[in-house]
Write a protein that binds this ligand. Structure first.
Ligand SMILES: Nc1ncnc2c1ncn2[C@@H]1O[C@H](COP(=O)(O)OP(=O)(O)O)[C@@H](O)[C@H]1O
Ligand SMILES: [Mg+2]
Length: 255
């Protein structure tokens, strides 16, 4: 059982310190929360972990492996997957195709393009289709397999993105505000999925604005404000921390 571990992780954008000596751990099999007001630096951390942004300082480890400076494709091979704050699906492609893409963490997108254009009858395509349909069923999306992704509701598009991330069979998933804009039924369905992922041994980093949702889901919560961790602990401890309360009140005043 390994752990995703950030040590003194820092990121500067010119004069802005978006991440300031952040120390954070996501153990296998747990759902860990990362909360904080807008602009706190949450997405920046996910971008650094996944190799989309170079770090300014500090280290990122998965178990014993140092992935701090690894390119994005190596990081996904090391077992990390993410979803995006703004949904990123190929709108014209079908749900099935969007999820199929996720199976190819070992490939480049050009080999994927080649794969998608293989004759439907080829055995490789057939078996990939089977695996994708099985994954869609886990997310209760099987009936939408051949719909264009753009035609689905917001909540369903979120689930397609989750399914695509899970196709890579990651050990750790980084979820950037996955229930933003969802209704209660949709977010409850996702909550069940997150719990299932953790029960299956995956480490989940849940970034979310809805503090009640995070408190319900997470065993441990980190709170960022202005790039710095201002609090961490169990949901109970964090929610009664005066530093957290004032950060959130401040956020509401500015909103
Ligand atoms: N690519 C970038 N270039 C310059 N500044 C950035 C970039 N990405 C984020 N920032 C800045 O870093 C800070 C943290 O942003 P972000 O990580 O998106 O916060 P959060 O996800 O918590 O809302 C903000 O001040 C934001 O403007
Ligand atoms: Mg963000």
């Amino acid at each position: 059982m390994s752990t995703l571990k950030l040590t003194n992780l820092s990121k500067r954008f010119g004069g802005v310190v978006a991440s300031d000596d952040v120390n954070l751990s996501v153990p296998a099999g747990e759902i860990i929360g990362l909360i904080g007001p807008n602009g706190a630096g949450k997405t920046t951390i996910v971008n650094m972990i996944t190799g989309m942004l170079p770090v300014s300082g500090g280290q990122i480890h998965v178990g014993d492996a140092d992935i701090t400076h690894a390119p994005a494709h190596e990081i996904s091979r090391a077992g990390l997957a993410r979803t995006f704050q703004n949904i990123r699906l190929l709108g014209e492609a079908t749900v099935l195709e969007n999820v199929m893409i996720g199976f190819h963490r070992h490939e480049t997108s050009s080999t994927l393009a080649a794969l998608l254009s293989l004759p439907a009858a080829s055995s490789e395509t057939a078996s990939l289709r089977e695996r994708t349909l099985a994954l869609l069923a886990e997310f209760d999306l099987q009936d939408f397999a051949d719909y264009p992704a753009s035609g689905l509701s917001y909540g369903h598009q979120r689930k397609v993105e989750m399914a695509r991330a899970m196709a890579a069979e990651p050990d750790f998933v980084l979820l950037d505000e996955p229930i933003a804009g969802m209704n209660d039924v949709e977010s409850d369905a996702l909550a069940e999925i997150f719990q299932r992922l953790a029960a299956n041994g995956k480490g989940v980093l849940l970034i979310e604005h809805n503090v009640r949702f995070v408190a319900k889901m997470c065993s441990y919560i980190y709170v960022l404000d202005g790039g710095r961790l201002i609090s961490e602990g169990t949901p109970d401890d964090v929610l009664k921390d005066p530093a957290v309360i004032s950060a959130y009140l401040g956020d509401q005043h500015h909103a």
